[in-house]
Design a protein around this ligand. Sequence first.
Ligand code: HEC
Length: 117
Amino acid sequence: MKPVLMPAFGLALALGALASVSPASAQSAVSDGQKLAFDRGKGNCLTCHEIKGGDLSGSIGPPLKDIKSKYPDRNELVAIVTDETKRNPQTVMPPFGRNRILTDQEINAVVDFLQTL
Ligand code: HEC
């Protein structure tokens, strides 16, 4: 199954197909994403969010759980991590993409990880 040949199918399905073709790389994006999220010099998400598997988390933001059911659209998560000030101008969450704290690729890995929560 080549996802490129099925533009009518949703992104989720395409990603599913991709994951079944290359489980190793899909898995490494998730673990890279977790590392970036927990890294105090990178995502530093634990400062504000409780996340399964992370220590010493803060509670400035909501616990990150059931993310896939809350945000089934992956693009919405990319948007939140890239620049939450677009949704909420008052937010204290850093705009990781706009401020170039994380690259697009890193944000994608973090979102892969978020979707496992
Ligand atoms: C300085 C604190 C802070 C940091 C660091 C932070 N966030 Fe947030 N985050 C928030 C707050 C506060 C909210 C609540 C929504 C708002 O303020 O707009 C939020 C909301 C979210 C949401 C939406 C959650 C929901 O249930 O609706 C996601 C997803 C999210 N953050 C992911 C991340 C990720 C991933 C990182 C690390 C790359 C991160 N955040 C780092 C403060 C933070």
